[in-house]
Design a protein around this ligand. Structure first.
Ligand SMILES: [Cu+2]
Length: 189
């Protein structure tokens, strides 16, 4: 996060409590949340639209509803999907990579504490046995840092997810439409 050079209009003025990445967080908040305020209470499972969604499976892990909104920023993008563990043993999403599409793929959780921000999940993302975890706007997401080329609607980003028990899962994530209102009030981003 810290390596981003952020445009001046985006810099926070006096948010002493949020020392790193706030602007990126703002961009991401925009990229990660916004548009789903109306009508789609659970966007991760709202697969009825015509937008493509990616799926994958390995062992007892099932991944559904994968998509990546075309990012408003060239520096970051966020991927969303639902992870289900159909087995008797809990699993852990240890890490993810997105090479060559992006330099890094980080597991983040959006939080709200005075100002919207997000935190990196340092211990991985636990998936309960016979349960599921949704990565969705305003919650968990996989953040792609510094995409090598612009991610455009209609494209595909290949993610490699590393689970403690299920092993490696390759997930092809379609890039869906731009969250058009993400830019509102954020000139330069
Ligand atoms: Cu993030």
């Amino acid at each position: 996060m810290a390596r981003f050079t952020l445009p001046e209009p985006c810099r926070p003025r006096a948010r002493a409590g949020l020392t790193t990445g706030l602007c990126a967080a703002m961009a991401l908040t925009a990229a990660c949340s916004s548009t789903y305020a109306t009508g789609r209470a659970n966007p991760a499972s709202a697969n009825s639209s015509s937008s493509p969604r990616g799926t994958a499976a390995a062992g007892t892990i099932r991944i559904t509803g994968a998509y990546l909104p075309q990012p408003a920023s060239a520096d970051v993008a966020a991927a969303y999907f639902t992870i289900e563990d159909t087995g008797d043993q809990a699993d852990l999403l240890i890490s993810a990579t997105s090479a060559p599409a992006a330099q890094a793929a980080l597991m983040h959780e959006s939080t709200t504490n005075g100002a919207e921000s997000m935190a990196t999940l340092t211990g991985g993302l636990p998936i309960p046995a016979h349960g599921q975890v949704a990565l969705a706007p305003d919650g968990y997401h996989l953040m792609l840092m510094s995409p090598a080329t612009p991610l455009k609607q209609g494209g595909i980003v290949t993610l490699t997810l590393h689970f403690q028990h299920a092993g490696t899962v390759t997930l092809k994530v379609p890039v869906t439409s731009l969250l058009s209102d993400a830019m509102t009030g954020m000139p330069g981003m």
